[in-house]
Write a protein that binds this ligand. Structure first.
Ligand code: KIV
Length: 262
């Protein structure tokens, strides 16, 4: 299993880090047998697994259950759990209860979106022995504040702010930083300014690694086609075809055969 020291070494050696989200036991068993470096049990579970419109519907008990399932399926992978909407914004005690639940469910680290209100919380979690991954740029838990899922850090002020926030997160002890939907040039500037690795999504090729949602990589989500997404198989069509073939076999009395019967 990779460690936070290993991730830092990978950045120093310019070896890219691959991260994929995962939410369930069966998928985790597959990921466990791959070369993927780390798993993120993201709050995108609320959208991908539960069908909500945004990630604000995720809560600690939802993420905790997904973490537990993924941990059983992928015992060999470094597992990062998302701190869901407001979990770290209701005081330190509440935040630490959430961290405790996620770590006991099987996470090695937690990911926290944004910075401003969370400075002490992040340092406290890190000093309590739990690695924290930061998350800047597009922070989907603030989608209503941001006004949509759009590119961040596009003017000079926003760029400076993101650079400053990234350095602050490193100072607070984050072991890595997700950069979501920021221009590639800015992601490079931030990556070059930090000693911790950056993990990009919609942030161009210069980050220390990349993260994508499992269902997106496998082409299972045909309604989601952002510019940054590359799908590595047409999962939607393959699964649909398999299920239709099963149905056709059932209706044509081709399944089960004698060999498949007792
Ligand atoms: O929840 C999630 O899937 C994420 C990634 C997009 C980084 O936060």
């Amino acid at each position: 299993m990779k460690t936070i020291i290993g991730f830092r070494k990978m950045k120093a050696a310019q070896e890219r880090i691959s991260v994929v989200t995962c939410y369930d036991y069966t998928s985790a068993k597959i990921v466990n047998k791959t070369n993927i470096d780390a798993i993120l049990v993201g709050d995108s579970a609320a959208m991908v697994m539960h069908g909500y419109d945004t990630t604000v519907n995720a809560d600690v008990s939802m993420i905790e259950k997904h973490v537990a399932a993924v941990r059983v399926g992928a015992p060999d992978k470094f597992l990062i759990a998302d701190m869901p909407f407001l979990a770290h914004r209701k005081g330190l005690e509440h935040a630490m209860d959430a961290v405790g639940a996620l770590v006991r469910a099987g996470a090695q680290a937690v990911k926290i979106e944004g910075l401003n209100a969370d400075q002490d919380t992040i340092a406290h979690i890190v000093h309590s022995g739990v690695p924290v991954m930061g998350h800047l740029g597009l922070t989907p838990q603030s989608v209503h504040q941001i006004g949509g899922y759009k590119l961040q850090g596009i003017d000079a002020d926003a760029e400076q702010q993101l650079l400053k926030d990234a350095c602050e997160l490193e100072n607070r002890g984050c072991f890595s930083l997700v950069l979501e939907m920021v221009p590639a040039t800015l992601a490079k500037k931030i990556t070059d300014s930090l000693s911790i690795p950056t993990i990009g999504i919609g942030a161009g090729p210069h980050t220390s690694g990349q993260v994508l949602v499992y269902q997106d990589v496998l082409g299972m989500n045909i309604d989601f086609k952002p510019k940054f997404l590359r799908t590595y198989m047409d999962g939607f069509s393959l699964i649909k075809k398999a299920l239709n073939t099963f149905t056709a076999d059932v209706k044509a009395l081709k399944y089960p055969s004698e060999k498949e019967s007792f």
